[in-house]
Design a protein around this ligand. Structure first.
Ligand SMILES: [Zn+2]
Length: 146
């Protein structure tokens, strides 16, 4: 069983997301939903799953970490250990790319309803790939024009 830190905000309330920019070497802690042999999904830390925390390296432009609302958890979805839903954006990219990444990730937040419906906000769920692509392209187009 995962030994989670106490949340500093009530888990049942949807908090506004935070948007953070991180350099490619910065370690981001958090959790991932992992399905066991019986089909139950539990949270495991990135360090437990991957042997390291998340970093936005190797072309990884951003990541959404949903608020941990106490489950049910979604296989492969990522969750924050800091209370509020987080949008992490790699800072090693130009402003157009970063604008696109922010809107791509915020689309995950909206579709997943801040973690209340994370299953509807992850890649592979119906409409998510198209919606995140469209948001990213629109934001990049707007960023180029202004
Ligand atoms: Zn995405």
């Amino acid at each position: 069983m995962l030994n989670k830190p106490a949340l500093y905000l009530p888990a049942k309330v949807a908090h506004p997301p935070t948007v953070n920019e991180f350099g490619s070497k910065i370690e981001i802690s958090g959790y991932q939903g992992v399905k066991d042999a019986k089909g139950n999904v539990a949270l495991r830390s990135f360090k437990d799953v991957y042997g390291m925390n998340l970093t936005l390296e190797q072309g990884w432009m951003g990541q959404t970490l949903f608020q941990d609302r106490g489950g049910p958890y979604v296989d492969q979805a990522t969750y924050t250990d800091r209370g509020t839903t987080e949008v992490e954006v790699g800072s090693d990219y130009d402003s157009v790319t970063r604008a696109g990444t922010v809107y791509h990730e915020l689309t995950h937040v909206l579709l997943g309803d801040f973690g209340r419906s994370a299953s509807k906000g992850v890649h592979g769920a119906p409409g998510v790939d198209d919606a995140t692509d469209a948001a990213q392209q629109e934001a990049e187009k707007n960023a180029k024009e202004h």
